[in-house]
Design a protein around this ligand. Structure first.
Ligand SMILES: [Zn+2]
Length: 244
């Protein structure tokens, strides 16, 4: 599903595009070298590949899967994609251990299963890392240049990716910040309000037009106002609203 030139939504549980547990999975078209932001839960990878083909791309040409973080709904598909596509998995530095050998508790799966989000028998497919992503890194997808912004709070390695393309500032936020300024502070291991307070300012003054989070609404216009709402809420006394 085309969002704008060069950016497609190829997986999304919430809108029925793929398995109900999938986060949003974005495809970037850098000119002959498509890449994915996030990989979904890993339970219906073939549907994601079919969506990619419907959008006119060859899944086997994908050689980068770039993770915002390693929770199962975003990273459970890495192992299957790596095996089928021989692609490289880009992982935020603080979460390499989680992807490779994180426990269910560290991955937030125990509470998420008890909350009814995942099936009790879901097993996270651990996956090895090909490229470690650090704050400020540049990742090229063909002609597109992504800048990694490490913004922990939702999880230790949560990373946003900023892209300037066709005069627009586009931010992929994973589960860090959402439409209306909701944040991803949750009641499980690794989610941390103090980290939010410390790092959310890295998203200030980016002049974001297009806000592309991992769930819920996205917007093609005035994305920065939603981020700024979260930034100012994190300066007040009460905990800002969260996305679940
Ligand atoms: Zn998450």
């Amino acid at each position: 599903m085309k969002i704008m030139p060069g950016i497609y939504l190829v997986g999304a549980g919430m809108v029925g595009l793929s398995h109900s547990n999938d986060s949003y999975i974005y495809l970037l078209d850098g000119g002959g070298e498509p890449a994915l932001i996030d990989a979904g839960v890993g339970l219906e990878i073939e549907r994601i590949f079919a969506n990619i083909e419907e959008d006119g791309f060859d899944p086997t040409k994908i050689n980068k899967v770039i993770l915002t973080h390693t929770h199962a709904d975003h990273a459970g598909g890495c192992k299957g994609m790596r095996e089928k596509l021989r692609c490289k998995i880009f992982v935020p530095g603080n979460e390499v251990n989680l992807l490779e050998r994180g426990t269910d508790e560290e991955l937030g799966l125990i509470i998420a299963k008890e909350s009814g989000i995942y099936s009790p028998d879901y097993l996270f497919p651990h996956c090895s890392t090909d490229v470690v992503v650090s704050n400020g890194d540049t990742i090229w997808v063909g002609e597109l240049q992504l800048r990694a912004i490490h913004t922990p709070g939702h999880s230790p390695g949560s990373t946003c990716y900023l892209l300037e393309h066709r005069g627009k500032h586009i931010l992929f936020t994973g589960d860090v910040v959402f439409y209306d300024g909701e944040i991803g502070l949750l009641n499980y291991w690794g989610s941390n309000l103090a980290d939010y307070r410390s790092y959310i300012n890295r998203l200030a003054n980016l002049s974001v037009d297009v806000l592309l989070p991992g769930h819920k609404l996205f917007t093609l216009r005035d994305g920065q106002q939603h981020i700024d709402r979260a930034i100012s809420a994190l300066k007040k006394l009460s905990v800002p609203p969260t996305f679940i």
